[in-house]
Design a protein around this ligand. Structure first.
Ligand SMILES: Nc1ncnc2c1ncn2[C@@H]1O[C@H](COP(=O)(O)OP(=O)(O)OP(=O)(O)O)[C@@H](O)[C@H]1O
Ligand SMILES: [Mg+2]
Length: 427
């Protein structure tokens, strides 16, 4: 068992590409930490630096309390599984599983026992005498995983081990990985770009975008209380409504979020009221999940939006409605592209310092909000998009009708223009 601490770790590839940007995080003993983010955000690079397969440009890596930047891969007691778990084609499954222990000159009786035990846990005991070429993709990944853990490493690194499998096999293996690594108590860092996989597997999730850590917390924390607009949008099975609103505080009586054709009020008693009021006169981004909007009868009191139902979508377990409500929506704010960042010398340090402070529990400082240099991409290019509303298992509206949706104010997520949370997330 092992702890992993990354302290301000940066990776710049030859040629100047900044793949990981001053990233700090910690995986605790026995923890299953999932690294989540879109393709190219630096997940594999980070994992390979922990394994010792990629040099760390700057910053420190600590493995179980020891500074490990310069440790050779074999001295790290780490096992790694990749997307295409390559196996020895001319050895049987048994031979593949026993190989790492044979290399380590383990007692043959112990090796035999361990291989049988592991093949049972991985449900591949019937395949022990077959060659990898005769196995299904799922079986091959099980063998690759078995071969990685047979030596009982203190750290297990998995890089999208399920992404080549079909949906059914992924779900099945996901559950097995979860129970196996937890039963072994091995600290595991698991990379994926699949948010369902992350939410279902993780003890904690670290979300990355363009080499920058966006958020870290338990699945419930990052889903319900995301630190950035990027996290909120990425952890959503349907599209997140991201709307532009201007904050107003008429005669200081209450806070109004002005969406143009619609306004909603927030009382001063709301725990977020003070933080939001600091943005009076400015535009902010309001995130609402499709299930935070509930269709209600026309004359219902309370905060609501109103619009024409443009279209309905059937998703099997639920219906979604697209409502034309005339509200300006915004794209997800992103940090600048690392290539531009390295070449031009411009820094996204401001956004990063806000995110870092949010992650450590502090709020954003006002001057940072007012001073941001480059307009975040997408912001300012408002378009009147549809509101996405979850209807549940019955389509209560028809296309062309007008509908009203009640807004659950407590579920509004409030972000600055560069995507950092206005009210600090609770961590
Ligand atoms: N050896 C290299 N030299 C230069 N750039 C590289 C190298 N390896 C990776 N990169 C770049 O670094 C960025 C991060 O790559 P990385 O493989 O870590 O992403 P990832 O998050 O694992 O993506 P995916 O989900 O597609 O596997 C990418 O833009 C990639 O093109
Ligand atoms: Mg990768």
């Amino acid at each position: 068992m092992s702890t992993v601490v990354l302290d301000n770790v940066t990776k710049v590839y030859p040629g100047g590409y900044l793949a990981v940007d001053r990233l700090s995080l910690r995986a605790d003993e026995g923890e299953l930490l999932v690294l989540l983010g879109p393709s190219g955000c630096g997940k594999s690079t980070l994992l390979r630096m922990i394994a010792g397969l990629e040099e760390i440009t700057s910053g420190d890596l600590w493995l179980s309390g020891q500074l490990a930047n310069d440790f050779a891969p074999r001295d790290r007691d780490v096992a790694m599984v990749f997307q295409n778990g390559a196996l020895y084609p001319h050895r049987s499954v048994r031979g593949n599983l026993s190989f790492p222990m044979e290399i380590a000159k383990s007692d043959p009786n112990i090796v035999r026992e361990r291989v049988v035990e592991l093949s049972r846990a991985l449900h591949i005991e019937e395949t022990l005498d077959r060659r990898p070429g005769t196995l299904s993709g799922g079986q091959r990944q099980r063998v690759a995983m078995g071969r990685a853990i047979v030596r009982q490493p203190s750290l297990f690194l998995m890089d999208e081990p399920l992404s080549n499998l079909d949906a059914g096999m992924r779900t099945e293996l996901r559950m097995e990985i979860s129970s196996l690594v937890r039963a072994m108590g091995v600290t595991t860092i698991y990379v994926t770009h699949d948010q369902v996989e992350a939410l279902t597997l993780a003890d904690r999730i670290a979300i990355m975008n363009r080499g920058v850590l966006q958020d870290i917390g338990t699945p419930a924390q990052v889903y319900n209380d995301p630190a950035t607009a990027f996290t909120a949008a990425f952890l959503n099975s349907q599209q997140l409504n991201l709307l532009a609103a201007t904050v107003r505080t008429p005669q200081n009586q209450f806070i109004m979020l002005d969406f143009g054709p619609h306004q909603i009020t927030m009382p001063w008693t709301d725990p977020r009221a003070y933080a939001v009021s600091q943005h009076t006169g400015s535009q902010i981004i309001v995130g609402i999940r499709p299930d935070g909007l509930t269709p209600v009868p026309e004359k219902t009191e309370g905060p609501s939006f109103f619009g024409r139902v443009r279209t309905l979508e059937y998703h099997g377990h639920e219906w979604l409605a697209y409502l034309e409500a005339g509200i300006p929506s915004v794209a997800v704010p992103e940090p600048p592209d690392p290539r531009r960042h390295m070449n031009g010398g411009a820094s996204n340090g401001k956004t990063r310092s806000i995110v870092r402070r949010l992650l450590s529990g502090g709020g954003p400082r006002e001057e940072e909000e007012e001073e941001h240099v480059s307009p975040p991409s997408g912001f300012g290019t408002h378009r009147r998009a549809d509101l996405i509303v979850r209807l549940g298992s019955r389509p209560v509206w028809r296309a062309g009708e007008h509908g009203r949706v009640a807004i659950d104010i407590s579920r509004l997520m409030l972000f600055t223009q560069n995507g950092a949370r206005i009210d600090p997330p609770r961590r």
